[in-house]
Structures are given as C-alpha cells and as structure tokens.
Design a protein around this ligand. Structure first.
Ligand SMILES: [Zn+2]
Length: 588
C-alpha cells in the first residue's frame, strides 16, 4: 500500500459483497452532508480509495489466474469477483456519479483548486511553464458528467444485444481452424507460416486461411449489419444524428474531431504511403519478385533465420536493465525496483495464459508486467513497450485521485511507443551491429506500415456510420476505395474477394467501434519524442518524464505539450516525421 487507508477498513475482504456494500451506502449518505467544496473533495478521495482497493483486488485475482492457469482456486477466485462483485459495483458506481454531477458543491469545487503542478524547473525553455488552461477537477468532472449525460435506460437492452453480437464475432473467429498438412491449426497458428522462406508454402498457408474466412464471409457481414442498426439506434436515443458523433462523445474525444481524423487520413496518404511503397519496392527487389503478393509481406526479405536476442529470460531482464541504465537513471531505477519486488512475470512456461499485458496494482500504485518471452525480437519490443506503460504508472504514484493515475489511451501509448524507439537506440545490448540494424529496421518498417492500416480502418468506420443505410455492395466499394488509397503496391490479382473482405479480421470494427486511431495518434507523439531526443536527449527525456507524471489530470493537448509534442495530426506534423522515418531507414 502506497498510502494508509483513510476510509476503507484495514481488515475488509474485498471479495465479499456484504462487506463492500456498506461502504457505498456510507458514501451515498455522506454526500448529502458535504456542505463545502473541501468536504466534497474528501468524499471524492474516499470514493477513489475504495475504487483503487477494489481495482487492485480484481487485478491481483486476474494476475494470479493468468500466472497459474492450472490452479482451480485461482480461477474460482477470479470468476467469483467477475460474477458476484463487478455486476453489483456497476449500478453503485453510477449512482455515485449521478450524486456527484448533481451535487450543490460541485461548481464551487470546480472553480477552486487550480491544478497542483510542480513549478517549472529553473533554467531555459522548460515546457512546463506553458500556460495551463484547466483546473484541478476539470478533466474528472468532464468525464463523469459525460458518462452520466450519455446514459439512456432504453439503451441498456440495446447494449446487451450489441454485446451478444460482439460475443458472436469472437466465437466465430475463435472457432476458425484449417487443416494444414494433416494437422488442425488455428488461424493465429497459421500466421507463423507467412514468415517461412519457402514461398509456395507461404502461398498455400495464406490461401487456406483466406478460403476458410471466405466461407464465413456472410456471417461476418450479418454481424456488422446488425451492429450498425443497433448502434445507429443507440446514438439516436442519446440525441445524436449518427453513431460516429455519439462514439466520439462516448470515447471522451473532447480534444479532436472527425475532421481532425480526416486530416490524419489525408496526411497518411500523402506522406506515409509513399514511404510504404518505397519499402515494398525494396522488399520486392530483395525477394527478386515481379510483384508482391499478400503472402510476401511478413517473410524476411533476405531469407535469414529469425533474430535471436537472448536464450534465457534472465538475460532479457538484465539486458533490458542495461538499456535503461544507458537511457536514464530514474527510469532504470524504476525497472530495477520492479524486478526486486517481483513485479515481472516474463517467461513462457506451462500453466501460464498466453499473451502479454501490463497491469497496475491501483492501491499499491505499482505496475506489473506479464509476458510469454521465448527469445524473439518481438519479445524485446514487448518488454520495452510494457516498461513504458510501467514507467507511466510509477510516475503517477503521488497522485491521490485514482482516475488521474492513468491517462487516456492516446497518451498511454505515447509512453510505451516512445520507450520502444528510445530503447532501440541501445539494442546492441542484445545484438551484433548487423543484427541491431536489422532489428531496428524491422521495428521501423512496422511503424511505417501501421499508419496506412489505421487510416484505412478508421476512414472505413467514418464512412459506415455516416452512411448507415448502405448496402453490402456499397460497403465493399467504399472499402476497396480505401484499399486503393492506403494499400500500397500489393498484387491481389485473382484474390479480389479476399481483398474486399480483409476488414473481417479487424476485431475493433466489430467489438470496439472507432477505437483504433488512438494508436496512430500515439505513434505520432512517440515519433516526436524520438525526434526531440535526437536534438536534445536530456530535455526530451525530462519532458517525457514530466508528461508521464501528469497522469490523466490534463486534457490531451496539454499532455502532448508537456511531452514536447504537438497534438495535431495533419501534414504539418506528419510530413517531418515521414522524412525522419525515411532517413532513419536509409541509415539501416
Ligand atoms: Zn500498449
């Protein structure tokens, strides 16, 4: 525990609803007695303390389960929380939100208490001396009010329906397998074959997957058709003209508009797609091919065996530690502390869930990293990325309001993606000079390649929800237009249907509508942090750390500004970054 509890009893069992419920009763009852802004602030902090304790309880149970999938007790404890505690929490939380929004002291609280921000450091050009427009509770207030205002009881059954369709998509996708060389394989497992040097084998694997997906094409389209109808109705019920505008509000996008996203699409087309095409031309030449086919995009273009950055996870940790030692003493200390406190569970072993994540123990105010490292370059990228998230959590430890200890995703990913770029500068800890260049190149090619895909997926959804009455054929035409704009030089001849249905595999379109461009916005921030570090490393890192420490207490433009970045997605921002990417790639 970072701070002693002031409200939640020391001995409480946070998996037992009868012990939790009275705390919500107390908060509801006490709210009426808050006769000053200070009393309301104390109330907010007690509510926050309760939420942090509950959040940590959930995280600890999740971590225990994913680290010990063979433990029936761990699974039971986790499911107990999900099934018996979380559904009861939801209405109680919403009731407190409504009480807050209607509270007579709210306006007073909002006016006082300018945000407490460390004074700018002595010395030249510190960005933290920039004027700050918002007040201490402005962001919190805006988010809670937004959540309360968007609620419509008539949308509850529609949202249940929507969740069921999402589950159908997951079920459909999860069940897809193919028979490959006598063995049943999931589509995820099939992805590995696209990295095989044997081109005929790649083609066979790719075709098999495309064919399997094609068999379900109508099902995917059905699910989205139903979702579009539901979502359009949900938006109408909430008083919006279309679902796009509703989604922007629901995702808390107060600081950018659909028009900003359109500028992002245009700038990606103009400045990034040409770089992408150059990379594809190089790849084509290296592979000695006439045209690049969809199965030629993941293989190493020189047919080299995979990079081998380390053999043991212990090596991965000690070399990552050295990278941070070279980068910044404070960050290095944070990573060392995590290792000392056993907040890293990184090796791939039996009885562990797949994948990787960073989780925060909200009451202890400590990060935890979970991974399944097996000795690939991907693992190095992942540990640097997740360490960036962990540094973000460590930087906000002194913030008492739980919701300000985390930032919006558009900025969280700046923290993590910047760390990939900054950490890669010292990647010789893992590799020979030649392999280090190769690793950097793979990473930067990935950075270039993700922008056009993000623009495609985002622009597609803008089109879908502003044309809610479209036919499937019209939707296909809209998609293919975007593939032409952003798809680069890939030869789809003979595979036109697969190309037209490519969006079926993008789960966000089905499960998290409009949530995707966040990664593009964050990557722009991360590239700016990297560009700054090339000019003045100490200042760039100082700004980076200062911006992380702000957590979620400021609106996005201020977070970006504190990190030394512009919050702007047009060609003005993207063109110089595209130029830098091209130059850096040429060096490799
Ligand atoms: Zn991340």
């Amino acid at each position: 525990m970072h701070k002693p509890r002031a409200f939640v009893p020391q001995a409480i069992d946070l998996g037992d609803w009868p012990q939790i419920e009275p705390l919500f009763d107390q908060l509801e009852e006490r709210a009426t007695r808050c006769k000053s802004a200070a009393a309301l602030e104390r109330w907010l902090l007690d509510w926050s303390e309760l939420n942090a304790a509950l959040d940590e309880e959930a995280s600890r149970r999740y971590i225990a389960m994913t680290c010990h999938t063979d433990s029936a007790d761990a699974e039971k404890a986790y499911l107990h929380f999900v099934e018996n505690i979380e559904p009861r929490l939801k209405p109680r939380q919403f009731a407190l939100e409504k009480i807050y929004v209607a509270h007579p002291q709210r306006e007073v609280l909002l006016k006082i208490g300018a945000r407490s921000i460390a004074p700018p450091e002595a010395g030249e050009g510190s960005r933290s001396d920039a004027p700050r427009s918002s007040l201490r509770y402005e962001v919190f207030d805006r988010d809670v009010k937004n959540h309360v205002e968007l609620f419509r009881p008539e949308n509850v059954p529609l949202e249940t329906e929507e969740a069921k369709l999402s589950q159908q998509y997951q079920k459909l996708t999860g069940a897809l397998t193919v028979k490959f060389r006598g063995e049943e394989k999931t589509l995820v497992q099939m992805g590995r074959y696209l990295e095989e040097p044997d081109r005929a084998l790649r083609q066979e694997a790719w075709e098999l997957v495309a064919k399997r997906r094609h068999q379900e094409a109508d099902n995917f389209d059905d699910i989205l058709d139903k979702q579009i109808r539901l979502r359009t109705q949900i938006a109408k019920n909430a008083g919006f003209g279309n679902y796009r505008d509703y989604a922007f509000r629901r995702l808390g996008r107060f600081d950018y508009t659909p028009d900003d996203c359109k500028k992002f699409h245009d700038a990606v087309e103009k400045h990034i797609v040409p770089v992408q095409r150059e990379l594809q031309a190089q790849r084509r030449a290296q592979l000695k091919l006439e045209t690049l086919r969809p199965w030629d995009l993941s293989v190493d273009p020189l047919n080299r065996p995979p990079l081998k950055p380390f053999a043991q996870v212990g090596e991965m940790v000690s070399r990552t530690q050295k990278i941070f030692d070279s980068l910044d003493g404070e960050l290095a200390g944070g990573f060392r502390q995590m290792d000392d406190l056993k907040l890293l569970d990184l090796d791939n072993r039996k009885g562990k869930a797949p994948g990787g994540y960073q989780s925060t123990l909200s009451e202890s105010r400590l990060p935890f990293i979970f991974m399944n490292a097996v000795g690939l370059q991907r693992d190095v990228e992942t540990i640097l990325h997740e360490a960036g998230h962990a540094f973000h959590a460590l930087a906000t430890r002194d913030e008492d309001l739980l919701s300000y200890r985390s930032a919006p995703i558009e900025f969280c990913e700046v923290a993590s993606m910047s760390m990939e770029l900054l950490g890669n500068e010292f990647i010789e800890e893992f590799y020979s000079d030649a392999d280090a260049r190769r690793a950097r190149r793979v990473h930067l090619e990935g950075v270039v390649g993700v922008f056009p895909w993000i623009a495609t997926v985002d622009a597609f959804q803008h089109w879908i929800y502003t044309h809610p009455d479209h036919s499937r054929d019209e939707r296909t035409v809209a998609w293919l237009k975007l593939m032409k704009r952003f798809g680069g030089d890939v030869d789809w001849n003979g595979y036109e249907t697969a190309r037209a249905n490519l969006w079926h595999r993008q789960l966000h379109i089905f499960l998290h509508p409009f949530y995707y461009i966040e990664y593009g916005i964050a990557q722009l921030g991360a590239l700016q942090v990297w560009a700054n570090s090339k000019r003045d490393k100490a200042k760039a890192l100082g700004d980076y750390k200062k911006s992380l420490a702000l957590g979620g207490s400021c609106p996005l433009p201020e977070l970006f500004q504190a990190a030394g970045c512009k919050f702007e997605f047009s060609g003005k921002t993207i063109q110089p970054l595209a130029k830098m990417l091209r130059e850096e790639l040429e060096k490799l």
